[in-house]
Design a protein around this ligand. Sequence first.
Ligand code: SAM
Length: 665
Amino acid sequence: MVLNPVISKLSGKLVVLASSSPRRLEILTNVGLRFEVVPSWFKETLNKSLFKEPHQYAVETARQKALEVARRMPFKHLKTPDVVIGADTIVTIDGLILEKPRDKQDAYRMLSRLSGKEHSVCTGVAIVLCNQQENEETEYQTIDFYEETRVKFADLSETMLWDYIDSGEPMDKAGGYGIQALGGMLVEYIHGDFLNVVGFPLNRFCKQLDLLFNPKPTSNEVVHTDVRCNGSTTDPIENRSTTSSLSSPATSNPPQAEITIQNGPPTSPAPKVKRKDGQSAPDDSSWALVNSLSKCSEGQENMSAAGSAVPPVASRGPMNLVIEKVHADDLKRIIELMDGFKASKALFTASKMRVFDLLQKSPGLEGAEVARGLQASLKGTLCLLEACVSLGLLERKQGANEEGVYENSRLSQRFLVSDSPSSLLGYMAHSDETVWKLFSHLETSVREGTNLQAKVSAQTTNDLFQDMYSDDERKLRFMKAMHGIAAVAGPAVITAFDLSRFKTACDLGGCTGSMAHGLAKAYPRMSVTVYDLPSVVELSGTFCPPGLDNRVSFVAGDFFKDRLPKADLYILARILHDWTDDKVHALLSKISDACTPGCGLLVSEIFLYEDRTGPSQGLLQALGLGPGKQRSAGEYGDLLESHGFTVSHIAHTHSPLDALLCIKD
Ligand SMILES: C[S@@+](CC[C@H](N)C(=O)[O-])C[C@H]1O[C@@H](n2cnc3c(N)ncnc32)[C@H](O)[C@@H]1O
């Protein structure tokens, strides 16, 4: 766990520590957290006998302390915090809860009870997230947990006890001692987090923040034991008598996190990020996840309306909604999959509107300036910019005004601006204009087993390109898409094997010549011919001006009908998957005929895993149900061996395209 990125997630938020404990203040200050201290007025008078387990009492007290401050601040301090942290430390021994001693005699009673024995120090922590709703109500979401540390005291003599009591140290400390100072002399050993005994379980707190802000896709840990949503504005203690952890079965280690959500009284502080269009804006996708979970208090319909998924509902009472135990990572994954199309469309739209080009030219624009630059509505632009921030495509930085300014992220600088050598804008446009439309026919296509292309264009042949190239705009868009992918995937393919022994190469279906230029650059003694259909070759100059590299030349022809140029190495990059088996065999036998023994054939495709369980990029491409099919490296190997080649190397490149090199027998 990296602490700083977790703590830094709180920067820019108004974080409040609802405790006057100088030790908690010091622990949190030491890790660089910026916060205000507003001691809670909540009296620590909860009836201990109501709690099955001592830690439940500590957690409840922490929660009440934090909620009291969260509710008070908008009225007394005229500002709404973003996060309030409450904590309560108790010492327990023999089922008895020891808090701060009332006087010296009380301290003596406590310390002599602890002498020579092991006891438990438990700190309950509550993190209250205050989210202002559009209706001006503030929603309080509480994440709480506890940490337990076992401490063993040495046998304490009377003199030692009274010396310690007379030092004055025990008086403001749970259990009557402070481990970080003189009290440390009383301790024989501890098991667990030292800082927890001091008063704040920093490690667990950071882990909790990490779960909240950086949910891990691979972890199997159950994060949310219960998500309880309470739509009422009544006293939370009353509600808890039926719904809180008090009524849940007692739990032992590891402590579990709970999220409770309560709507509080209306308040009118400023939202976290104020936008010019008057809407409040979530500024972190993890917050949005929590926020969307919180919407369950308004029922399923509202959650859907908020654009997020509805976790399964197990049961619902008149006041409280209990949501089935959810596996946080599973929930996140399924929501990501459901929302995947929204993310794609936001990416396509921002790319098409040239948001990234604008911000590349003028970094640090405010939302209103971007809207003007795009000649688009302010409201729509702000929504798009914020969505892009949440997707990691843009960054929002501090500007002269409250709403901040926008800049391209590293990702968009590399892939989404027109003049980047790795620009994928062409692929975005092709995905948006062509593939998106094809996939809207997916169900029919799956039912009928027909290819998507045929559904859209009433195409009658098994040649995808005949249809695609009948429209110049589509053809150019497709070529730009191929050019972009070849530029980013090409280097890994070209350098997957040492190809320096081949002096002449022919890239069949080489399109714009992107791969060919890469080859010529990587192998200074190699000449490369790009072979493609005449209508493609005639546009290739748009991408790679003639003369860019005099070792690269273009030849127009049809690889099914015409004679292939002579070469020591043939390349088929993203060709074979597009054609029926008949056509694939026809092409491979032509290449085989053109090869002399020792000639090479490099096939580059997305290779499916041998058991066909991935990668999803290849299997989703196969869903297009074109006339061809996706294959594994093993299947390609068999195919090539049936045409007189021996597989020499296979490379899973971790770039969008894998590669296989085979040699003519
Ligand atoms: C999917 S693209 C792959 C482009 C390039 N190899 C790459 O990886 O970026 C298929 C290419 O095959 C070309 N092609 C299709 N039919 C062809 C044919 N009969 N003869 C020559 N080239 C053809 C297309 O024009 C297109 O450039």
